[in-house]
Structures are given as C-alpha cells and as structure tokens.
Design a binder for this molecule. Sequence first.
Ligand code: NAP
Length: 289
Amino acid sequence: MPAQKIDGQALSKTMRAEIAEAVARHVAAGGRRPGLAAVLVGDHPASEVYVRNKRKACEDAGMASCLHRLPGTASQQELLDRVGQLNRDPAVTGILVQLPLPKQTDESAIIRAVTPLKDADCFHPENVGLLTAGHPRFLPCTPFGVQQMLARTGIATAGKRVVIVGRSNIVGKPLAIMLMQKPSKAFPEAGDATVTVVHRGTHDLPGIARQADILIAAVGVPRFVKGDMVKPGAAVIDVGINSVDGKLVGDVDEASVLPVAGWLSPVPKGVGPMTITMLLHNTLRAAMM
Ligand code: NAP
C-alpha cells in the first residue's frame, strides 16, 4: 500500500482558524492586537513571495502586518537602525527579517539585534539557548511546523528512531533539539525520541536513514531521499523547497518513496504552509507575553 500523504495545507487551515480565534479572544480581553513587521532587503523573488504569503496569513488571522522594504544596497547600520526602530515600536509584537540578506551585511549580527521578546522566527541566540536548555520562549517556525505535523497526524515520536538529513541552524539543528528533549511542563512539545543528524560528513548516510522510524529531509538537494533509503512503513517528512525547471520539488523523491513509506509529507502543501502557521502562533505568543 502506498504511503498516506500528510496534508499540511489542511492542517494549517485548522490551526490558522484556531489562531484567529485566539487572536480575537486576546483583543476582546483588552490585549494589544498582534502585529508582525517583516523586513525585506533587496530584490529576491523567492523572498518576495514568502513575505507576501506571511503577511497575508497574518491579516487573515486578524493580526496587523507591515512591510519594511530596504534596497539591496542598504548598509549594516541602516538595517540595524530599522530593526532598532521596530524593537521600540509597541505596535510591533513580532519581527521577521527575511533571509538571506545581501553580502555586505552580517546576518548573525542582524539576528542578534532583534529583541528576543519579538523574535518570531526564534533565531536569536538567547531563544536558541532557552530552547536547548528545555525552557523555550518560542519554537523556531519550520521545526515547530514539523513537530505539529507529526503530533496532529498521530505519529508518535516518543521512543522512536528519528533521522534528520541536514544540520542547518534554522531547520536540522533546532529540530533535533526539539525531538530529543524530554517533555516537561515548560516544553510539552518535546519529542522524547532518539535522534541522529546526518550531513555531508556522514559515512553510510543511506544505511543510517534506513534505520529511521521517522525520516526528515532538510537537505536543499532536489529528490535527495530515495526509496532505498527508507525503512518500510516509516514516516517521511520533506522540508525541502527547490525549484527544478520552474516546478517546486522537495528533498524527497516522491516516486520511489511513496511505495515504501507509511506516511509522506508532500511538496508543495506539506511543511511550507505549516511554517507560516507557526510564525502566526509565535507572533500571537509574543503579543501575549
Ligand atoms: P542548508 O542551510 O543549506 O543546510 C543543508 C544541510 O543539508 C546541511 O547541513 C548540509 O550538510 C546537508 N547536505 C547538503 N547536501 C548534502 C549531501 N549531498 N549529503 C549530505 N548532507 C547534505 O539548508 P536549510 O536552510 O536547512 O534548508 C534545507 C531545505 O529546506 C531547503 O530545500 C530549503 O529551501 C528548505 N526549507 C524549507 C522551509 C519550509 O518552510 N518548508 C524552511 C526552511 C528551509 P553540511 O552541513 O555537511 O554542509
């Protein structure tokens, strides 16, 4: 039997309706309306699309959103000044600096300039530290989207063998931390799984991947995960977003993986919409803090 597809679009729709209700309750109780400020530097076609989708999702959920556009020639200081202004603006509860930034800017210094209390992406080292210590303030959007996708599909992580392909700061590494942690009152989303992270330096990556009950691909290489890397019945989560001949494809080769896996999150309509949904969650959470 082919794998069941996990419908990230449908899950997102349900979650966004829940978030919209929570926003309405928060505002009705006298709380400040959550507001996301997106900072977009230069002309990056994919970033334009991401920011537009994020802003629309905010507005659909009853949140305010504003766009701060800077030219691709903006200096480090201009960007720092803009982030400083947003840090001080009480109408802004969440700040998103769309990556990648132009070469003349220091991305990690900009990430550190966002006040941790408005860090809707959860990229600031203080928030990464809190996550690692098991007391998260926010959870990073894409890993959080993957966790919610598994939890809401009924795919348990506790005691399972998870293999994550990719160790980036925004996906692989924080996802590994989330899924390995022991659940607690401060961190109910923690996965309690046995997690292995594989990358370019890994020997026998396919052999390790085949041990996974849950295999997560965050590689950035189109169709990297093939059917012969998947244990029969495993849940396969595809984080990848790649453009091949003008078509959106993931990091999983759907044709060879579908007949082997038990579950598969497709691209598009998988993790992508979940990431935006968790950004809404974080923007609301920041407003409530
Ligand atoms: P990244 O920063 O480029 O990291 C890719 C990771 O994959 C690295 O750790 C790299 O290993 C590993 N890798 C690359 N080629 C490999 C190979 N041939 N063998 C083994 N490991 C390999 O990418 P990212 O930001 O994590 O993003 C990963 C994918 O997810 C991309 O397609 C991106 O577009 C997508 N993405 C999607 C969302 C979403 O909302 N759905 C959000 C973020 C990212 P080394 O460390 O050894 O170099």
